[in-house]
Ligand binder design. Structure first.
Ligand SMILES: [Zn+2]
Length: 349
């Protein structure tokens, strides 16, 4: 039996809830995590239409990028679409799960990795990395080392800054009871959000091992917002923008004036990304793609780069494909659906 928790636990393994921004409300919003998944449907917004589609297609799990509930609900009378969605979900026993800024903030299989893939960017890296790293050091006998290493990797350690399964071990001499013996000091780095899993592993395998956990000052290259990368070949600005409009299926691209310079380095952020403009400029992007730029914010480009606002929905729409790919890869016998409802509230004449 595949439960809602089986799916959400895997999603949270890839994009831990601890990576979400403070204003966010990612996670299970309605429903019972222990229930069996009869069918799942992926979308950007869990609107009433998407819930109707879920009911019609026999899905009891709606996986949305945006949390339908952001703030506390004090009444549930159905006076607005948020309340109506919650009421409908509860009435029909539908779980709504949101994977939002935590999915924005991961390098691997995140929202921005998907956009970069669509645009064919190479050498990508996080545009604004977070400081999220911890290091565990512990003393262990040489024979225990391999089992500890493997268990820590499984708990999410050792995979940092683009390298996989990394630990560091030094051989030392322990003394006690009049004897000297070989002892190893094992060091492993992990993202702070993995702390609970790391400590559980430690308590399971080596509850008495002397250990130390420290916070690192390094930035994590796997966690943070936005992405920057390079095109395989520089393109003319007009050509790039036309291709961008086509690939991202944008109804319109609002952009700042062109600089008559080729586009090679491209920064991007799915959703509302104007806050990352300074980072895009500082890192030498020729062009910055996102959504929700305001009039006055366009001035801030100051010819350092070209801002291309393709729309919030348009920038994130392939997150639906991404979610389906992630789930199908992990649960090959389970096929999640993509919503056929276009939930973009913005239309173009
Ligand atoms: Zn969004």
């Amino acid at each position: 039996m595949l439960t809602i928790k089986d799916i959400t636990a895997y999603l949270e393994w890839l994009a831990p809830p601890a990576y979400q921004e403070s204003y966010d409300n990612a996670g299970l919003i309605t429903g019972n995590a222990a229930a069996e998944v009869k069918g799942a449907i992926c979308c950007l917004d869990a609107t009433e239409e998407v819930l109707d589609e879920a009911i019609e297609k026999g899905c009891n799990l709606v996986i949305a990028h945006h949390p339908i509930v952001f703030r506390g609900l004090k009444k549930l009378t159905g006076r607005n679409y948020v309340e109506r969605v919650v009421i409908k979900a509860i009435r029909h026993d539908i779980a709504i799960y949101a994977i939002h800024t935590n999915l924005d903030n991961v390098y691997f299989k995140g929202v921005n990795a998907k956009i970069s893939e669509k645009l064919g960017l190479k050498n990508t890296r996080i545009l604004s990395p977070k400081k999220e790293l911890k290091k565990l050091s512990l003393l262990a006998g040489p024979t225990e080392l391999e089992a500890l290493r493997t268990a820590f990797f499984e708990a999410g350690a050792g995979s940092v800054n683009g390298f996989d399964r990394i630990t560091y071990a030094t051989l030392g001499v322990g003394t006690g009871g009049g004897a000297a013996f070989a002892q190893m000091k094992l060091e492993v780095v992990y993202p702070a959000a993995r702390t609970a899993a790391i400590l559980a592993t430690l308590n399971r395998l080596a509850p008495e091992a002397p250990c130390e956990i420290t916070s690192l000052e390094n930035q994590s290259l796997e966690i943070g917002s936005g992405m920057i990368g390079e095109l395989p070949k520089a393109m003319k600005e007009e050509d790039f923008l036309k291709n961008l409009k086509k690939v991202m299926q944008a109804g319109c691209v609002r952009h700042t004036r062109l600089r008559s310079k080729p586009v090679k380095t491209v920064a991007l952020c799915g959703g509302s990304g104007s806050f990352l403009l300074p980072a895009a400029i500082a890192q030498g992007a020729d062009l910055y793609i996102t959504g929700d730029f305001k009039y006055h914010e366009f001035f801030d480009a100051e010819d350092h780069l070209v801002i291309a606002d393709i729309g919030h929905f348009e920038s994130e729409q392939f997150t639906i494909d991404l979610l389906c790919e992630i789930i199908s890869e992990k649960f090959p016998t389970f096929a999640p659906l993509k919503t056929s409802v276009n939930t973009n509230p913005v239309l173009y004449l």
